[in-house]
Structures are given as C-alpha cells and as structure tokens.
Design a binder for this molecule. Structure first.
Ligand code: GDP
Ligand code: IMO
Ligand code: MG
Length: 432
C-alpha cells in the first residue's frame, strides 16, 4: 500500500485538490505543501461547515495530522497568521502547534504584493490575471538570490540589512519604472516583528521530518497547489504561476527524494476551468459555459472571480499524465454535468498549420492558436449528487467516465459527486 502519495492538479487549478487531500488525510500522518503560497484556495467541506485553506496544508482539519510547509513555498507571515486566526475562529484551536515551516522558505512581504499589483497594471490588456498576492515577485527575488527567507529572522541585524538592500532595488523599480508608491522599510519591519517569535517557533527541518516519517512507515500526503498547466515550465507561459506545480516540484519543494514517492493522484474536473488570462482551447464562452459555471459554483475561492469554463480536454490530460507520472485520476464534479443533453470531449488539437496533434504544444503562441477537435457523447438526465457506488451512476455517466479513463490511459480511482466528504465514489483509496 502506498505511503507517500502526491495529490496535484492536472488542469488550470481549482480541480478539487482540497476535498481529496482532506478526504485522504484521514489515513495520513503528515500533509506537506511544496510550492505556491496563499494564491492557492483549497475548499474543505464538512457538513454545513466550509473552510478555505490557502497557505495551510489541507490536513489541518484532522487533529492527528502534522502540517508541513516546505522550502519551495513562499510564506507571507501576515497571510499565515491571519489564516491561523480564521481556523481558530472556526474551532481549530491547535493549528499553530501542528504547522511546521522550513527555515529555507522564501518570505513573501508587502513589497511583493505592491510589485505584483503594479506589474499587472503595467501589462494592461496583457495582464496575467494573477491573484495579486505577490507570488511572482517573491519567486523572482528568490531566484535572483536577493530574497529573504524565514531563517533570516533569527538574526535581525542580518535581516534588516537584507531588507534594506531588497527595498533599495524594489522601491526604485516601483517608483521609477511602475510609477507606483513605495513601501516603507519601517512598515514591513513592524509587520514582521509582530509575528517573528511565533513564526520562529514553527521552524523545523522539513526534509528531516519527512525522512524520519518515511523510515517509521508513516503516511505522507504531498499536497499540490495550482495545476499542471499553470506550471512555470510546462504551463501556458507566461499565463502561469511562478512555481513548478508538476509532480517533480513536490520533491524539490519539500526535500523528499524522488524515489520515495509511491503514488501520484491527478485531480481533474469532469470539465475544465481556468481563472485569469491565457489560452484555453475548450473554453465555452456561451450559455452552456454559463450553465456549468452556475451549477458548479465556479467562482474563485481566493479572489471570488468567475472562473472560465470549458469542455474536458483529453489532449492536455495526456501531457499531465506523462509529466506527472500519474498513477490514477480523481474525477471531480461529475454532478455538475447532470441534465446536459450531450457532452463534448476534446480528443485532439488542430494546430495553426492544419496538422492534428495528440499533445499540447509547448510554445505559447502555438497553444493560443489551436482548435479543439471534439468527440460527442450523450448526457444524462438523472441526478448523480451524493452517489457513492459506480454502478448507481446513470449508464451514460458511467460511459463518459470510462471514455475519459480510456483517453487518459490511467484508471479513475475516485469519482466525486458533491463537495462533501461522503459524496464520493471511492473506487480504490490510494492511502487506505
Ligand atoms: P482546489 O483549489 O483544487 O482545492 O479546488 P477549489 O476548492 O478552489 O475549488 C473546487 C470547488 O468545487 C470547491 O468549492 C469544492 O467545494 C467544490 N467541489 C469539490 N468537489 C466537488 C464535486 O464533486 N461536486 C461539486 N458540485 N462541487 C465540488
Ligand atoms: P489552487 O491551488 C487557479 C492563477 C491565477 C493566474 C496565474 C498566476 O486553488 O488550484 P499568481 O497569483 O499565482 O501569480 O497567478 O495563476 N492561479 C490559480 N488559478 N487556482 C489556483 O490555486 C491558482 N493560483 C494561481 O489566476 O492566472
Ligand atoms: Mg482553488
């Protein structure tokens, strides 16, 4: 039975990773985040209670689960502690003691938020449509080796000197390139000092914890954020996020070795959504899309923006299967397709030169110019909400799922029939 399981998005994010991570965590000792930051919004639904976690790993609802934030994550102390306060208000009082953070995680500071917003404004019509959380600029500083890390908080003389250097550069850009207001050294320092001791008390060697846990036979869930096509290398660049969202990123971002991953579960919706700008070949900018958006409540968990909606894209999925070495799929939100006359599945792309392709192109300009080639399947009129057995699904829903499985060439291990934990068909539990 696999002990080390990755749960990640195979599309453009918001696939339902939170629900599945929360569900599988019943059997997990540790949940670790390896990339992204508080741009993520993972919804957990238990009864009539809904919790959205952003920076905190989805295992937080289970009191025996340790929640780790690896070095690949960008950590906004402000966001982290406001999320911990929200969790406390909803009855999870021990969150702070169960979360551990790597000293090597990049610190996301208000200067990054200011740059993110100014840079989006400057891009105008070509804006990425970021979450405005400062994610991109924080990763920029990390890669440019001028960023600050959580561990820099141990020595405040060093911290202040690095912060001064960072602000000299970033404020120069803000003022002179973006024509925006500068962010003051004192305001950032004050904000950090308010939570410094609490944050340092959470610091731990995440890689070592994972290694010990593995040797003890514990169960570890690696929780991905965003999705495969928002990956900085393999996504629809530049309309992507700034981290590696694919399976490889969970090793570099947590400090676990690649040989210690046993199973990779790809989360996908039974259709596709994307929030923000960029190519989206199967987009339904019409009444059908509007219907799916309404039934699926497709509005961002972080920013509240309406999500763009489209048909299921089996071409993109072929890339996601290969790049993430997927073991299986969790197919989400099948209930949202209830009552549709027919469904389309994109099985190939026609490229701008007229040729057909089984795989999505990696060049951005090519991706923007593909035309989807569809296969049509009959829909079903019955409700699938809350169904827990495959054989209880309408026959056409069964056929649709089997066809997606065939096109992806990996099994469907979980089918989700509603937002709640028990609205699930568990074909094969990866962690039980
Ligand atoms: P994540 O970012 O991948 O964790 O996904 P989000 O939480 O941003 O978005 C998924 C949304 O779909 C959330 O509101 C979930 O509660 C909801 N959801 C998850 N699974 C299902 C399902 O099977 N059916 C329906 N109707 N909603 C679902
Ligand atoms: P979860 O984990 C969906 C998108 C933004 C934008 C692009 C870059 O909930 O699936 P960023 O703020 O990261 O620089 O924005 O990436 N994006 C997401 N879309 N789900 C997410 O997270 C996302 N995180 C970022 O909309 O297009
Ligand atoms: Mg989300």
């Amino acid at each position: 039975m696999p002990n080390n399981v990755v749960v990640l998005g195979t599309q453009w994010g918001d696939e339902g990773k939170g629900k599945i991570a929360d569900l599988l965590t019943v059997n997990a000792d540790i949940v670790v985040r390896s990339q992204g930051g508080n741009n993520a919004g993972h919804t957990l639904v238990v009864g009539d209670k809904k919790v959205v976690v952003r920076l905190v790993p989805s295992g937080i609802l289970h009191s025996s689960c340790q929640c780790l934030i690896g070095s690949g994550v960008v950590v906004s102390p402000e966001a982290l502690f406001s999320e911990i306060a929200e969790l406390k208000a909803s009855g999870i009082t021990d969150a702070e003691s169960r979360i551990k953070v790597s000293a090597a995680s990049a610190l996301l500071l208000p200067i990054h938020v200011a740059i993110d917003k100014a840079s989006e404004l400057k891009r105008g019509a070509n804006a990425i449509g970021t979450t405005g959380r400062g994610i991109g600029p924080c990763y920029e500083d990390k890669i440019a080796r001028r960023g600050l890390r959580v561990g820099d908080l141990y020595d405040m003389d060093v911290f202040k000197s690095k912060l001064k250097d960072l602000l000299d550069y970033r404020n120069f850009c803000l003022k002179n390139y973006y024509g925006a207001e500068e962010v003051s050294f004192d305001s950032i320092l004050d904000g950090v000092m308010q939570v410094r001791d609490r944050l340092l008390a959470m610091v731990a060697d995440i890689s070592a914890i994972l290694d010990d846990a593995r040797k003890d036979g514990k169960k570890i869930l690696f929780e991905g954020a965003q999705g495969t096509f928002l990956d900085i290398d393999y996504g629809t660049y530049p309309y992507v996020t700034s981290s590696n969202t694919v399976a490889g990123g969970c090793c570099t971002g947590s400090g676990a070795g690649p040989r210690h991953i046993d199973y990779v579960l790809g989360i996908c919706k039974a259709y596709t959504t994307r929030v923000g700008g960029g190519p989206f070949p199967t987009e339904l900018d019409n009444e059908i899309g509007e219907g799916i958006r309404k039934r699926g409540a497709e509005f961002g968990a972080v920013t509240g923006r309406p999500r763009r909606v489209g048909w299921y894209d089996a071409v993109a999925m072929r890339r996601a299967v290969a790049i993430n070495s997927l073991s299986a799929l969790a197919l989400m939100k099948i209930d949202v397709l209830d009552g549709m006359d027919e469904l389309q599945i994109c099985t190939k792309y026609r490229l701008a030169d007229g040729t057909e392709s089984d795989l999505p192109p990696l060049a951005a300009y090519e991706y923007a110019n593909v035309t989807p080639i569809y296969e049509t399947m009959p829909g079903w009129s019955e409700s699938t909400i809350g169904i827990t057995k495959f054989e209880d699904l309408p026959v056409n829903a069964q056929k649709y799922i089997r066809r997606l499985e065939e096109l992806a060439a990996v099994p469907v291990a979980i089918i989700s029939t509603g937002p709640e934990r028990d609205q699930t068909i568990m074909v094969a539990n990866p962690m039980a």
